[in-house]
Design a binder for this molecule. Structure first.
Ligand SMILES: Cc1ncc(COP(=O)(O)O)c(C=O)c1O
Length: 319
């Protein structure tokens, strides 16, 4: 098996075998017999018969672009179905539409001509109030509008969370599997990402032993995605409590990504991490995107779920 200086395959008698040995493979999907080496995508007809089919990809192609190319390589005759776990847009399925009430409210608001001007950067007071009341329904204490900051979707809430925590040598713990925007935002802010595993046999619970081993004096936060993407986990009250206790022990805060909040269909009801806000300060991130089926509206929130006011202490800001 040989590859040239650019990492491209020259003689492939067993591509899969080559893939596993090649350190240059950036992405390997053995079930599809596809790999990316350097800037080229290789496909195999089956495990042992490479087509030796190669596509040059531009260096600026997005992950979604690569996924599109990979999906177009699928053998339609293969009975093994491939499900994209990256599909997060509910509007892709026509059965999912938002309610008339939500839509009518937006139409009325537009027609009122009252909201065409600039709004405060942190969001309109009435929007912040509505979100604080909505989130407070599930909490043992009341949030105020001052706890809520409006963002462009949950994506911007993630960016804000990471940028305010960025300081020299800081690291953040994120779940694996997880949502890649965390890595992306951290890379822009020079924040180190440390991955802890989710345990499939335990409903994708956080491996807290691993968390304990990863934390050091530069760890500033742990990210919890609940309900989880891509694993679909919905954590129990007890598990969330253990996470809160672990965060408290290490004096780190919790970033609770609850963009899928309330979308829980199994045995476990959705419990917001903010329930443990008295134990450890929580940054709750969310948006209208999933529950209200309107990801294109780009309305999200960044909320300090912190009844003890730890975030407001000068010590915290200057730490
Ligand atoms: C876990 C998670 N966080 C955040 C987001 C981003 O949400 P939004 O579309 O509101 O920016 C997504 C989107 O799929 C997600 O899955």
């Amino acid at each position: 098996m040989q590859c040239n200086e650019d990492g491209e395959l020259e003689d492939a008698s067993s591509l899969t075998h080559f893939i596993f040995r090649s350190l240059k493979a950036k992405l390997v999907i053995p079930s599809l017999n596809i790999c990316i080496v350097s800037n080229s995508i290789y496909c195999c007809k089956d495990k042992y018969t490479p087509i030796n089919f190669k596509m040059q990809t531009p260096t600026n192609i997005t992950i979604k672009g690569i996924l599109g190319i990979l999906m177009s390589c699928l053998d339609e005759m293969n009975k093994n179905r491939v499900i994209s776990l990256g599909m997060g847009d509910p509007t892709a399925y026509s059965c999912f539409t938002t309610t008339d009430l939500v839509q009518d409210s937006v139409v009325q608001t537009l027609e009122s001509h009252k909201f065409n001007g600039y709004s405060p950067t942190i969001g309109l007071p009435q929007t912040r109030k509505a979100i604080s009341e909505y989130l407070s329904k599930d909490l043992p204490y009341k949030l105020t509008p001052d706890d809520v900051y409006i963002t462009a979707g949950c994506t911007q809430a993630i960016e804000v969370a990471i940028s305010i925590l960025a300081k020299p040598n800081a690291n953040i713990l994120v779940p694996k599997p997880g949502f890649p925007i965390y890595e992306l935002c951290a890379a822009f802010r020079n924040v180190e990402i440390r991955h802890f595993n989710l345990i499939p046999e335990k409903g994708w619970e956080v491996d807290l032993d691993e968390v304990n081993a990863l934390v050091d004096q530069n760890t500033v936060a742990i990210v919890i995605i609940n309900p989880g993407n891509p694993c679909g986990n919905v954590y129990t009250y007890q598990h969330l409590k253990k996470i809160a206790e672990t965060a408290k022990k290490h004096k780190i805060l919790v970033i609770a990504d609850e963009v899928y909040g309330h979308l829980a269909f199994g045995e476990n009801p959705f419990v917001p991490m903010g329930v443990f806000g008295s134990m450890v300060p929580i940054l709750t991130l969310g948006s209208l995107s999933k529950r209200w089926i309107v990801p294109g509206w780009r309305l999200g929130w960044f909320v300090t779920t912190d009844p003890n006011g730890i975030f407001k202490m000068l010590r915290t800001l200057s730490a």
